[in-house]
Design a protein around this ligand. Structure first.
Ligand code: HEC
Ligand code: HEC
Length: 235
């Protein structure tokens, strides 16, 4: 009897140091701590797909697998948006330093992954690309009165007169819509379109003239001028 117990104890001690115990996961199958995940697909699926779409398109928020968008946006801006978010909109801040779940290295994996997988360097070869940054400069140079005319010519065929919605595009001047998005989002949409939903980029569709950089700023200024206070939203 004592021998049996001794053998059993010896066996347990031996097995405790052994990785091949039935039921114990192999080291390579061990679940990574979230901050250790460095695989683009996993990071994208866990943090971005819910809003930007599972394959980077057809989400509620803009397509990210869009070569036109990626030719327009500076990588530094991608880093910034992911790290600190876009205040006042649904885009969350992901950096640990901003209260989010991702390390700087993980944010870098996301930025590089989008660029490597979805960017095509020649996507806009031969085209003069309007500046991404609406920033202060874009807003100051845009003229809302001229923008109304640009809208009538380039946008109303889909979004309806004065942007209230048409047969081929939703209304985009509703105060509750405009309260959810930033000025830059409107500018990004005018420049890069929503190819996944059928909205053309600034070059237009069906033989129309591309918007000039001035017309881009003007039509964005007109959209921004349609903002109205919405109860419960900070201005
Ligand atoms: C060929 C049709 C078409 C044209 C022309 C067009 N759009 Fe759109 N636009 C769409 C579609 C489709 C969507 C996706 C939403 C929907 O289904 O209406 C959209 C979406 C948008 C959105 C919302 C994007 C978002 O995700 O928040 C804005 C803003 C917008 N368009 C502005 C414009 C402006 C400004 C112009 C003119 C410079 C324009 N559109 C020209 C079809 C068009
Ligand atoms: C809860 C929904 C949500 C999640 C999750 C989300 N986004 Fe967004 N994202 C948005 C919205 C809404 C906007 C538009 C914000 C605005 O109005 O400027 C946006 C904007 C962006 C833009 C800027 C587009 C531009 O105008 O240049 C980038 C880049 C972006 N998101 C990347 C990501 C990445 C990468 C992730 C995952 C790490 C992510 N987002 C997760 C909702 C989301």
């Amino acid at each position: 009897m004592t021998r049996l117990i001794t053998t059993a104890v010896a066996l347990m001690v031996a097995l405790a140091g052994c990785d091949a115990v039935p039921g114990r996961p192999k080291p390579e199958a061990r679940e990574l701590v979230p901050s250790e995940v460095m695989v683009f697909e996993t990071l994208y699926a866990r943090n971005c797909a819910g809003c930007h779409g599972h394959t980077g398109r057809l989400g509620a928020a803009r397509a990210l697998n869009d070569p036109v968008y990626l030719a327009v946006v500076p990588p530094e801006r991608l880093r910034q948006v992911i790290a600190v978010g876009v205040p006042g909109t649904a885009q969350p801040a992901f950096a640990l330093s901003a209260g989010g779940p991702l390390t700087d290295q993980q944010i870098e994996v996301l930025v590089r992954g989008m660029e490597e997988r979805w960017r095509r360097p020649d996507a806009l070869a031969g085209h003069e690309i309007p500046a991404y940054d609406g920033g202060r400069a874009g807003r100051e140079s845009g003229n809302a009165d001229r923008g109304r005319g640009v809208f009538a010519r380039a946008c109303a065929s889909c979004h309806g007169d004065d942007g209230r919605g048409g047969s081929r595009g939703v209304g985009i001047v509703d105060p509750s819509y405009l309260a959810l998005v930033s000025d830059q989002h409107l500018r990004t949409t005018v420049i890069a379109g929503r190819a996944d939903l059928g909205m053309p980029d600034w070059r237009g569709a069906g033989g129309v003239e591309p918007l000039t950089p001035q017309q881009v700023s003007d039509v964005v200024a007109w959209l921004v001028a349609q903002r109205r206070p919405v109860p419960g939203r900070l201005p």
